[in-house]
Design a protein around this ligand. Structure first.
Ligand code: MD3
Ligand code: FE
Length: 216
């Protein structure tokens, strides 16, 4: 599959970063969007809060899979097996998302979480590492839908230099190897650049393994 690999202009902690621009055609983007709408009908979007400060995140979220990512003031970042407001189990990860995982992850086990990030035009996500998963050998697979976004990728320390990329609807990113622990964030969403999502905005789906497969 054609993709952009980490190369000389990326630092070594960005090894394992693979970008597949335009991997998903318009029909697959629509089937993913429809699957997202199905998940949101049973697991409504919520705003997680920052640990300690209780500051509400600008990105709205929901999840599919055994585990959902959540954060609140008192207990902070974690995975939970039930929706924080409805107390229901998360819906299963829909087939269109699973198909993307099996085509690019290069990992033998199924994902256990599909985190749905919903960005309105003004939402952003500060530079952070993803380290709430027990299985760091599995990659994170990210699918972008809707408006373009400016994505920033750094190294494994907060001070390491960063590079910025545009992520467009249908792009798929795979973060494995050293890139799995790279700092990253979304600086801004470019409103009005896609017509996929009614009312505009951007949706990012991240597929993740949360627990370590047994016997490893
Ligand atoms: C680099 N989401 O949910 S996806 C997140 O577009 C998150 O919503 C962003 O960061 C978004 O945690 C970025 C791309 C991404 C996802 C996971 C990574 C980049 C990553 C894990 C390690 C390094
Ligand atoms: Fe992240």
């Amino acid at each position: 599959m054609p993709h952009v690999d980490s190369h000389a202009s990326l630092n070594t902690s960005q090894t394992g970063f693979r970008l597949f621009p335009g991997l998903l055609d318009a029909a697959r983007q629509r089937s993913l969007l429809e699957a997202v709408q199905g998940v949101l009908a049973t697991a409504p979007a919520y705003h997680a809060r920052m640990p300690k400060t209780g500051q509400r995140m600008s990105v709205a979220m929901s999840n599919a899979g055994r585990y959902g990512w959540y954060s609140d003031k008192d207990q902070g970042y974690r995975y939970i097996e039930r929706h924080p407001e409805t107390d229901r189990a998360w819906p299963a990860i829909p087939d269109p998302m699973m198909a993307v995982w099996w085509s690019v992850a290069d990992y033998d086990h199924a994902p256990e979480c599909c985190l749905i990030n919903l960005y309105r035009e003004t939402a952003k996500m500060g530079l952070h590492q993803d380290r709430d998963e027990a299985e760091m050998a599995a990659p994170v697979v990210s699918i972008s839908l809707g408006d373009d976004a400016l994505f920033r990728l750094g190294g494994t320390t907060r001070k390491a230099p960063t590079r910025s990329f545009k992520l467009a609807s249908g792009d798929v990113l795979v973060l494995g190897g050293a890139a799995r622990l790279a700092y990253h964030g979304i600086d801004r969403v470019m409103g009005g650049t896609s017509r996929l999502i009614p009312g505009g905005g951007r949706i990012n789906l991240t597929l993740r393994r949360v627990t370590r497969p047994i016997g490893r």
